[in-house]
Design a protein around this ligand. Structure first.
Ligand SMILES: Nc1nc2c(c(=O)[nH]1)N[C@H]1C(S)=C(S)[C@@H](COP(=O)(O)OP(=O)(O)OC[C@H]3O[C@@H](n4cnc5c(N)ncnc54)[C@H](O)[C@@H]3O)O[C@H]1N2
Ligand code: MOO
Length: 426
């Protein structure tokens, strides 16, 4: 069906439709060091307490609380990483932060509250406790005070960021069950495209910007990627790459170019023949011809059936296909608005939607009566005019990145937000 015959959907509708067709992928076991950005598929419990021994919070002296202030002989040094020794009554032990508190001691006096005295005749150090500990347990972390044995340190559905990697290391979870990363295949279409490393451009040619950009965007979203290269504008070329995506087990195929109205716009007709096109025209700027289709394709050997993934008829699986417009800005903007939430849902995110905030624009911006615009902007946190000195009186301030033609990729440089510009409906 020609693009003109497609019904317009709005961006929220396009997001809802594509998310409705998306189901979370199955789980896999990975080394915890490789799990950054993945979603936890099974709760992780602590097998033992942390700290596993009463640990000093300060550098200072381990003491008996009941003995109070006064001059003491330093019996020994309790260093971090060593087994705790027995502290005799009437003596103190020098202790480092993180060291196990000697048995018999029940408080730590920080070094600032002490004074070193001349050593006694046998060479042992002496110390004056100028200010006694105020309670039993002062400056000691009891066993399990950070994490108790059996505590749930990560929950199913948690996103693994750097702190979560630290937690996994802490509890010795060397492998972890996570939702597997989506495999995203990317191809560019167009006779005008040359590889980015082409030093000499042929007449009428340009370098392929979209494919490296979209591969990078998918990687940044935590996906595995498959580079399908450039397809020239022939049905067989595009079709053979689509087959490669199926054969390699891609969960998502992203194409760019060839979705508009021209004779050489081959992507929509191909998707119509091979699957179901859910939408082919979105009321927005830039990215109007954005197309989304689902294809039920044979299961590939490379992705074992984990049992957790949605199965369709036996031996088939669902591949999601996004036909992004060729204009580089349209391509990356539609990726961020529509493809990214889908990749997140596949990867197990419970709330895959994008974050929205209110911002004040730094300049007047022209509104488009026909299509809401997603204007590229740089968002900063500024004091509200007249809001006094308080940071709390601040607001987001949005600066335009300049000319917004969908071919001008420079409009995305340093952009960290898309301003939703709607004509107010009276
Ligand atoms: N008669 C009409 N023509 C167009 C319409 C329309 O409604 N009626 N819509 C315009 C809009 S809006 C867009 S967006 C583009 C999208 O077109 P396609 O997706 O078919 O993309 P192409 O025609 O292949 O390319 C558009 C533009 O982008 C350049 N391009 C393509 N691929 C790449 C790439 N990988 N790297 C860098 N640049 C790329 C290409 O050379 C073209 O300049 O259609 C309008 N036309
Ligand atoms: O919708 Mo197109 O992306 O304006 O240029």
């Amino acid at each position: 069906m020609p693009e003109a015959l497609y019904k317009f959907v709005s961006i929220p509708e396009s997001q809802a439709i594509s998310l409705r067709e998306t189901t979370c992928l199955g789980a896999e076991m990975v080394s915890f060091t490789e799990a950054l950005g993945q979603i936890v598929a099974e709760d992780v419990l602590a097998p033992e307490p942390l700290p596993p021994f009463p640990a000093s919070i300060k550098d200072g002296y381990a003491v008996r609380y009941s003995e109070g202030a006064g001059d003491y002989v330093v019996a020994f040094e309790a260093l971090a990483g060593t087994a705790p020794s027995e502290l005799e009554p009437g003596l103190v032990a020098y202790i480092c932060t993180g060291a196990a508190v000697p048995t018999g001691a029940d408080a730590v006096v920080q070094i600032e509250n002490t004074e070193l005295l001349p050593p006694i005749s046998d060479g042992r150090r002496r110390v004056r406790i100028k200010q006694a500990a105020s309670k039993v347990g002062e400056d000691i972390r009891p066993v399990g005070s950070d994490i108790k044995a059996g505590d749930q340190v990560l929950r199913r559905g948690d996103l693994i960021d750097a702190a979560e990697i630290g937690l996994l290391a802490t509890v010795g979870a060397a492998t972890i069950k996570v939702v597997r990363r989506p495999l995203v295949a990317v191809m560019s279409t167009g006779d005008e495209l040359m590889e980015p490393n082409a030093s000499q451009l042929g007449e009428g040619k340009i370098r392929d910007a979209n494919r490296p950009m979209l591969l990078a965007a998918a990687s940044a979203a935590g996906c595995k990627v498959l580079d399908l290269g450039i397809a020239v504008d022939r049905v067989a070329e595009v079709e053979s790459r689509l087959e490669a995506a199926i054969k390699e087990g891609a969960d998502v195929l992203i194409t760019s170019g060839g979705v508009s109205m021209g004779d050489k716009d081959l992507v929509k007709p191909l998707l119509e023949r091979q699957g179901k096109v859910h939408f082919g025209k979105v009321r927005m700027k830039p990215g109007k011809p954005l197309t989304f289709a689902t294809l039920d394709v044979p299961c590939s050997a490379s992705i074992p059936d984990s049992g957790a993934e949605a199965t369709f008829s036996k031996g088939t699986r669902r591949m999601l296909v996004f036909g992004l417009p060729g204009n580089p800005v349209s391509s990356i903007v539609t990726f961020k608005l529509v493809v990214l939430p889908v990749l997140r849902k596949l990867g197990g995110w419970q709330e895959p939607g994008l974050r929205r905030v209110h911002a004040r624009t730094q300049q007047d911006l022209k509104l488009d009566a026909a299509r809401p615009e997603y204007h590229r902007a740089t968002l900063t946190w500024n004091r509200r005019p007249g809001g006094g000195d308080s940071e709390l009186q601040g607001e987001f301030s949005a600066g335009s990145t300049g000319g917004q033609l969908s071919s001008r990729l420079l409009s995305m440089r340093s952009a960290n937000a898309l301003l939703e510009l709607h004509m107010r409906v009276k």
